[in-house]
Design a protein around this ligand. Sequence first.
Ligand SMILES: Nc1ncnc2c1ncn2[C@@H]1O[C@H](COP(=O)(O)OP(=O)(O)OP(=O)(O)O)[C@@H](O)[C@H]1O
Ligand SMILES: [Mg+2]
Length: 296
Amino acid sequence: MPIRRTSQSSGAAAREESRPPESAWPRARRVMAIEFVRRMRGASQPFLMRCDDSRLYVVKFRNNPQHARVLANEMLAGRLARRLGLPVPDRALVEVSPELITASALLRFELGGQSVRCDPGIQFGSCFPGAPGRTLVVDFLPDRLLRRVENLASIFLGAFALDKWTCNCDGRQIVFHREAGQEGPGYAAFLIDHGFCFNDGEWNFPDSPIRSLYPRRMVYESVRGLRSFEPYLSRIENLEPEELEDSVRDIPTEWCGEETEQLSRLVERLYERRRRVRQLIIDAKNTTLRPFPNWE
Ligand SMILES: Nc1ncnc2c1ncn2[C@@H]1O[C@H](COP(=O)(O)OP(=O)(O)OP(=O)(O)O)[C@@H](O)[C@H]1O
Ligand SMILES: [Mg+2]
């Protein structure tokens, strides 16, 4: 069902200025898993797997301990992030064969003392940056190194706008990476873990002003006002309904739970709430957490 337009966009000039860098949604890449490498940490119990494009992917399975929709959330929110111009790992539909599951004794979930086999089929993969051993990848950095991340403020402020829009009910997660042994420019960042956007398997938006803040508050020091969240705010506000409809076309129905038609309702709601992000940011600013101490 097509999204109903709720209001006109704010003029061709503004639209042009806020036009995101990509001109079309690329279809999801499809790869075949060929090797189990290791378990990753995380409540969805993902696995690092080598695929037939010679790249490594952090793979979340459809029958993960959280919800099948976590996979749809990852694909959709990752695309939206990329569309806004934020750095996210490449994503893929990863096919895992029954033979690989049988041959890999560790492709199992640990659930309350029970061990459950991963299901074969199409899973979600988030590409691991670089090559293990040659690339350093970390979840956290001390403030001293965090300050040296490329585009630090822009990435975290864009991520905050994205998280407010998509109602990410998990903390903001970023991985930092750089070539091992490389001196100089410091780490680059990727936004990861969008499984709890749209409130996990609920696909609703229980907004809370204290959610989505990164625990290291120095990343928000540069905020002076709403203008600090540009160009991301305008990019969200000026997305066209057709663009959002198109963003979910190839998401597998088996990632969507029982009522698969809810996916079009989800993008409709994203379209409706695109102009509320400003207020959601102001609500966050006004909480007793005072996340933006330099707001003028
Ligand atoms: N694309 C990636 N590149 C490198 N490491 C990654 C990538 N995606 C995930 N990871 C690593 O795997 C871990 C688990 O991933 P993620 O946080 O997405 O899983 P989760 O099960 O949703 O976690 P949580 O317990 O926070 O819900 C991350 O903490 C990170 O270290
Ligand atoms: Mg996580």
